[in-house]
Write a protein of this length. Structure first.
Length: 168
């Protein structure tokens, strides 16, 4: 059964889940059951919650992800890009297709895209973090390479045309 890992400091006092609003429980269920890697971070990039798909993608145990800064998994260059994406989330409420290459536990650099939206405090409506969804782009890269291989090795000429028949 899917589960999420979450920061114990960000939830109900004394671990009593009955004190959580229903919407909070619903959000946790959605995150836990999402097929893509989904995480929640604060505005500094510290991971507060992550689903099993994040652990599977990166190869880290859930407890190795929780409370860690995303800077542990991405290069300093990409950390600046992630920080810019967080600022975009704060200003516009969303960011789309930010490219990140986190390093897995085995050292593999994984091409991903990040879509994130603002996590707001229900009482003040202030942005307090981000909900991020990572998309593993390794399969897309393989599919592109295969398509290029087919085109480059085709026995007959291959071309692309627009709807009017003009060769592009």
């Amino acid at each position: 059964m899917p589960r999420t890992v979450r920061s114990p400091t960000k939830h109900a006092v004394d671990g009593d889940d009955q004190t959580k609003p229903r919407s909070s429980l619903d959000a946790e269920i959605i995150i836990a059951n999402a097929p893509d890697p989904v995480f929640v971070s604060d505005l500094e990039g510290k991971i507060l919650q992550a689903n099993d798909a994040v652990s599977e993608l990166l190869g880290f145990r859930p407890d190795e992800l929780l409370e860690q800064s995303l800077s542990q998994f991405i290069s300093p260059e990409e950390l600046r890009e992630f920080t810019a994406a967080l600022h975009e989330v704060v200003e516009h409420g969303v960011t789309r297709n930010a490219v990140l290459h986190p390093r897995s536990a085995s050292g593999e650099v994984i091409p991903t895209t990040l879509n994130a939206s603002a996590l707001r405090d229900p009482a003040s409506n202030q942005v307090i973090g981000a909900i991020g969804i990572l998309r593993d782009m390794r399969e897309l890269g393989k599919a592109r390479a295969y398509a290029e291989s087919l085109i480059n090795n085709a026995p007959d000429p291959v071309f692309v045309s627009d709807l009017e028949g003009k060769i592009l």
